[in-house]
Design a protein around this ligand. Structure first.
Ligand SMILES: [Zn+2]
Length: 62
């Protein structure tokens, strides 16, 4: 059986971009906020999950 272990038993804290969170008043620079359920989620004020393009990791160096 192919069973993929779901990594949701431990630290569900997402990995925010602290560079974006710097100076954010909502998350105090953490990049994550705690929901009423007690879960950590990316700060909607500074962390843009899908709108922000990833940093250029592969620069055309040729
Ligand atoms: Zn924030």
């Amino acid at each position: 059986m192919a069973h993929i272990p779901a990594p949701h038993s431990g630290s569900p804290t997402p990995r925010p971009d602290v560079a974006l969170a710097r100076g954010c008043e909502r998350c105090n620079g953490w990049g994550t906020v705690v929901t009423p359920e007690g879960r950590h989620e990316l700060c909607a004020a500074c962390q843009q999950p899908t709108s922000a393009p990833p940093p250029a990791v592969t620069a055309p160096n040729s």
